[in-house]
Ligand binder design. Structure first.
Ligand code: PHE
Length: 359
């Protein structure tokens, strides 16, 4: 066997037994790279006489072709094997009986948020969201809560330890009201939105958890007045509790970002000692509301002489408790599977107005 033939069978054998793409690449560089053995042989052709080249050229060319082909074949084989191994490891057996798979359920908070979105969408509201990690300006200052305002202390805020150049820290939003600011800065009125989400306060007992859920409502338009607010709250509560005898009561209150400010209660009745929403036996406090303060409208670059509006904020967990009869808020966040099984909703229970939002 000639020297070239021996080199060819040696290289081809090495390539065929290479066990990784990296090994194939190393062999390719060793043979066909700038300093490769095959490349060196090809270079000798230039210095040969025509007769010599006629004799020695073809075996060298055939060596180059054989090595190139062997590399391509081995590479393809290794790539296919790698893909097969990946497919095998990611295989899902679709024939497994579904009954044996663990079943999840929709958390009552998620269900209620879906119900709220459905009801407010029907009233022409969009759904907005904002970040849970907020800055001081959006959570407080823009909402007419200046730095020295006692309302800041009222909120039991969780601050992050890092401070910026002005000594301010980021915080976990204490309410969904900063979404009002973000949306007013982003969109021109008219605005009609609800903003559901998580909020945080350093507070914990049977009726308070450090994280809970709120839904914010905001309407900004021309000639908006308290009647619009009252109608919206009442219409939404009747739809949510699926009873026409839910009435509401507005009580004067104070929030820095609304003027006038009102807390609102919904009526309940006592059935076998249990509170059921609707009826005339008593009032249950549900949330805060009011006409958006002119300063807030101004802070968002709008003219309060032209644009007015109302806003409200309601505890979503509380709404869920009242509608579905749970009595301890802490159970919402315990992750106890028995509780979730009992109070959770099927994944296919999508709230619709025609089917009953809480069907
Ligand atoms: N952000 C207030 C709170 O968390 C609730 C509220 C929202 C009040 C909008 C008025 C208007 O207590």
């Amino acid at each position: 066997m000639s020297e070239v033939e021996a080199l060819k069978s040696g290289l081809v054998a090495d390539i065929e037994s290479a066990d990784s793409l990296d090994a194939v690449e190393a062999l390719r560089v060793g043979a066909l790279g700038k300093q490769g053995v095959v490349t060196a042989l090809l270079k000798t052709l230039g210095g040969m006489s025509p007769d010599e080249r006629l004799e020695k050229g073809p075996p060298i060319q055939s060596l180059r072709e054989a090595v190139t082909d062997a590399i391509a074949t081995r590479k393809a084989a290794l790539e296919t094997a790698a893909l097969d191994a990946r497919l095998a490891s990611e295989r899902v057996d679709m024939t497994l009986p579904a009954a044996e798979a663990p079943q999840g359920s929709i958390h009552p908070v998620s269900q209620v948020m879906d119900e709220l979105a459905e009801i407010f969408a029907d009233l022409g509201f969009t759904v907005a969201t904002g970040p849970e990690i907020e800055d001081d300006w959006h959570n407080f200052t823009a909402l007419n809560i200046p730095e020295t305002h006692p309302a800041r202390a009222m909120h039991d805020t969780f601050y992050f330890p890092d401070k910026d150049a002005e000594g301010r820290s980021m915080l976990l939003r204490t309410h969904t009201s900063p979404v009002q600011i973000r949306e007013m800065l982003k969109h021109k009125p008219p605005i009609r939105l609800v903003a559901p989400g998580r909020v945080y306060r350093s507070d914990s007992d049977a009726t308070h958890t450090p994280m809970f859920h709120q839904i914010e409502g905001l309407v900004i338009d021309r000639d908006i007045h308290l009647g619009h607010l009252k109608w919206t709250l009442e219409t939404f509560l009747k739809a949510f509790f699926e009873r026409d005898d839910v009435t509401i009561r507005l009580r004067p209150s104070f929030f820095p970002f609304t003027e006038p400010s009102m807390e609102f209660d919904a009526s309940y009745s006592l059935v076998n000692g249990q509170r059921v929403m609707g009826g005339t036996d008593g009032w249950m406090e549900l949330g805060g509301s009011g006409m958006v303060h002119p300063n807030v409208i101004r802070n968002c670059g709008l003219d309060p002489a032209e644009w007015q509006g109302f806003a409200f904020g309601i505890g979503v967990d509380r709404l869920a408790m009242l509608k579905y009869g749970m009595n301890d808020l802490r159970a919402f966040f315990d992750g106890d599977l028995r509780w979730l099984k009992h109070y959770g909703f099927s994944a296919l229970d999508v709230p619709t107005l025609s089917g009953g939002v809480g069907a």
